[in-house]
Write a protein that binds this ligand. Sequence first.
Ligand code: SDX
Length: 437
Amino acid sequence: MTDKKATLAVEGLDANIELPTYKGTMGPDVIDVRGLTAKGYFTYDPGFVSTASCESKITFIDGGKGQLLHRGYPIDQLAENSDYLETCYLLLHGELPSEAEYKEFVDIITTHTMVHESISRFFRGFHHDSHPMAMMCGIVGALSAFYHDSLDITNPRHRIISAHRLIAKMPTLAAMCYKHSQGQPFMYPDNNLGYAENFLHMMFGTPCSDPKVSPVLARAMDKIFLLHADHEQNASTSTVRLAGSSGANPFACIASGIATLWGPAHGGANEAVLKMLEEIGDVSNIDAYVAKAKDKNDPFRLMGFGHRVYKNFDPRAKVMKGTCDEVLAELGLENDPLLAIAKRLEQIALEDPYFIEKKLYPNVDFYSGIIMKAIGIPTDMFTVIFATGRTVGWIAHWHEMLGESVKIGRPRQLYTGATPRDYTDRAGRPAASVDTF
Ligand code: SDX
């Protein structure tokens, strides 16, 4: 609470409405509008552009400065010096682990990488061409059928066990989705491998040949997981918090996050970026697509550009661009035609008055797809990779929320529908004449 008050003068009200304000450690102060209901008002903020839905200590974003902190640590420092599992520990527990704590955490995650053997039977119900995000929504939600021993969400120990299980098993399930689509046998995790290395082993190894994973590709994969780990109250994290506020079990909550992330405006953008680059096909076509993106009457948007919060560069995109160059050099793909289109597109967008005025910069999804394609990951697996990395962020916010007194999330509305009217018998009723699309 601050000693600053917000005073709201509303025409027709005898007295002004006084509202408390709160100050965080960083970022804008907030106005507590809960008192408005008693005065007969709701706030109105479609898309929650100006709404702080909760208090949190996990991640801070300053869109104007292109700043992203996880528990106070800048994302570029974590990407340079840390790894995904250490960042998971930081997001979950609030501090960087000691050497011993880090080793214990890695050991715990490593020993939870296998999934119940029955899970493999779930995949038989999916056609081979099922979208892997459809499979992940279903299978992650179904995990709650296997873990009755840790579903008491009021028990912090149960919450942390569920967190460990989800962080550990997401790569295994993601790789199973890919193997199912390829008609290849599932590969078991190898507990001698690192987290990202193990994932690439499960993706591309087979019982007949299991080549050593390139350390450069394993490091790039780990960095992709790290850069996607958390991002404040984005759409999917807000969904997980809302689902968790009803008391739903952690697996159901994470499945709701996966479903939300799937949209092309959110985590589905990396898949959409690749499709867009392939549709553009050649740098000579870029101007026509940029014109489409600027045309108000054309729904086409440059996928991988723009962000609700970053009105300056997305710090993750900067790191991802460097990783992209490293991976393509490692694979001898520096002249990848899609990369040429992406780099030219970025250059045009950064110079074009439309994009400058609307503050549209490349976001985290712009380069990640090119890296994943170069590694050999199919486009429809990109959002599954995003979901795998983001699972720790979802579960950290879920755990943080349940550590406090939780009210079920239940927004209100501005109602503009029909006023009360009486039912009429169908006989003789006039045609409804409405769109029944
Ligand atoms: C992620 O929230 C998070 O933190 C998400 C995320 C995370 O880590 O969780 O960072 C991950 O989702 C990144 C964003 C991935 N999505 C895309 O790349 C899809 C393309 N981008 C857009 O759809 C859009 O930029 C959003 C959805 C990302 C942001 O939309 P906003 O904040 O609601 O902004 P807006 O739609 O109101 O756009 C503002 C203006 C509009 O023009 P006007 O109506 O003011 O004339 O900018 C235009 C838009 O038309 N615009 C674009 C554009 N994005 C916005 N024009 C062309 N191409 C684009 N990509």
